[in-house]
Design a protein around this ligand. Structure first.
Ligand SMILES: NC(=O)c1ccc[n+]([C@@H]2O[C@H](COP(=O)([O-])OP(=O)(O)OC[C@H]3O[C@@H](n4cnc5c(N)ncnc54)[C@H](OP(=O)(O)O)[C@@H]3O)[C@@H](O)[C@H]2O)c1
Length: 420
């Protein structure tokens, strides 16, 4: 248990999605700084044994799971261990720990739309929110940003690209124009299929899609990286986070994932943030901002690295990038629809219900047949999300004979996703 070394000045941290790839990396950084941070709450969905182990190590005040059955299992696993940990379950409990008055920092690392409510709860409660859960911003961008503006919360991006952009901009940065920014260069590796024969994409397996060349991540984001929908979601995320128009953001493929993104200024300067591809760097940066702390990541050796390549994205090979651009251009509920259809399609792909290339096909069909409406409140977001999921399930059934209305991730991590 690391709690014995807790300092009374340590900031209590709530880690939403602690059993995931980002959650585990966050705990690794926190464990390096017991004088600065303590673990207040940990949350998970399926991986009860991993959560129990984390509770034994970090002795949080709360451990939250989604379903009662998992809560029973967790209580059994922890019984007789003399921990201060209370086990709770359900979405309300997630929101409760994310907004608890004792919490200083919330790591929002639940995957998918399920992260929206607890992340919004943290924002509304004025927390320092470290945002990994890009889907919540994509599905509810204007609402999310207005909740942020109405609160005392501080939002710090964890996505390595957005964290890099944040580092290359002045702080605070209310307007790109006023800061002299000409454009943001959002880099992406191009994923495992950047140079694959397009005809071979039809038959790639989930494990092949999850085998990212540079990053070790959860299954859903790994598939998103392989389709480049991840870059599309990040494109939308960057528009909201940095008050940028789509024309101010250019996607650049950079296969080595060393330059995490760049900002080009009016005077010809191009600022880049570089580092080895390890999420502990943006996590440590955001946790300690504006200070710098050790993250456990080795320094980048540019001589060893040797070369850095850049190229334009191939939107014919990766239609998801175009679909994301069309969604942000359409505005309103279109990004919500895009995100929901993607979650349904990715889960169906992971379950072997449709081919890899079917992901973009299903999303495009959902986008084409969905009405774009204004999102005035959270209910409207949830309705648009639900309609898009139902539509995606119908289209899946029509095209591939399978159906998946509940697209929330239930899978196990990729074989390599704990190697960080
Ligand atoms: N991994 C990366 O390097 C990376 C980089 C940038 C951004 N992100 C973003 O960070 C988020 C997390 O990614 P990840 O790769 O860490 O995902 P992951 O490994 O799949 O972990 C997801 C976490 O969320 C929990 N969870 C899943 N569904 C849930 C639900 N319905 N309700 C409550 N909790 C739920 C999981 O619990 P169980 O595992 O116990 O089921 C797990 O703790 C995503 O939004 C992703 O886009 C990730």
């Amino acid at each position: 248990m690391v709690s014995s070394t807790r300092s009374s000045t340590a900031q209590p941290v709530c880690v939403l999605g602690s059993t995931g790839s980002i959650g585990v990396s966050t705990l690794d950084v926190l464990a390096r700084h017991p004088d600065k941070y303590s673990v207040f709450a940990l949350t998970a969905r399926e991986r009860v044994e991993e959560l129990a182990q984390q509770c034994r190590k970090y002795a949080p005040r709360y451990a939250v799971v989604l379903e009662e059955e998992k809560a029973v299992q967790l209580r059994q696993a922890l019984s007789g261990e003399n921990l201060p940990t209370e086990v709770m379950c359900g979405v309300d409990a997630l929101c409760q720990v994310a907004s608890d008055a004792r919490v200083a920092v919330v790591m929002a690392a639940i995957v998918g739309a399920a992260g929206l409510k607890p992340t919004l709860a943290a924002v509304r409660a004025g927390k320092k929110v470290l945002l990994a859960n890009k889907e919540s911003l994509v599905m509810a961008g204007p609402l999310f940003m207005s909740a942020l503006a109405d609160s005392d919360a501080q939002l710090l991006p964890i996505d390595s690209e957005h964290n890099a952009i944040f580092q290359c901009l002045p702080y605070p940065c209310e307007s790109l124009q006023d800061a002299g920014v000409e454009r943001i260069l959002l880099t992406g590796s191009g994923g495992p299929f950047r140079t694959a024969d397009p005809a071979a994409l039809e038959s790639v397996t989930p494990d092949e899609a999850c085998a990212h060349p540079n990053w070790s991540m959860g299954r859903k984001i790994s598939v998103d990286s392989a389709t480049m929908m991840n870059k599309g979601l990040e494109f939308i995320e960057a528009c909201y986070l940095f008050h940028a128009s789509p024309a101010e953001i250019q996607v650049v493929v950079h296969p080595q994932s060393i330059v995490h993104s760049m900002v080009q200024y009016r005077d010809g300067s191009l600022l880049a943030q570089m580092g080895n591809p390890d999420m502990r760097t943006p996590i440590a940066h955001a946790l300690s901002f504006p200070q710098r702390i050790d993250s456990g990541v080795a320094a980048l050796d540019l001589i060893l690295q040797g070369r850095l390549d850049f190229e334009a994205p191939d939107e014919a090979r990766f239609p998801c990038l175009r679909l994301a651009r069309e969604a942000i251009d359409a505005g309103g509920s279109a990004p919500t629809t895009l995100n929901a259809a993607n979650e349904v399609a990715v889960e169906a792909f992971l379950n072997g219900q449709l081919p890899f290339t079917g992901i973009a096909r299903v999303i495009e069909k959902v986008m084409k047949t969905s009405e774009v409406v204004e999102l005035t409140d959270l209910d409207a977001v949830e309705l648009a999300d639900r309609i898009a999921r139902e539509r995606a399930s119908e289209i899946l059934k029509d095209l591939y004979g399978s159906c998946s209305a509940d697209s929330t991730h239930r899978g196990q991590p990729c074989p390599q996703s704990r190697s960080m």
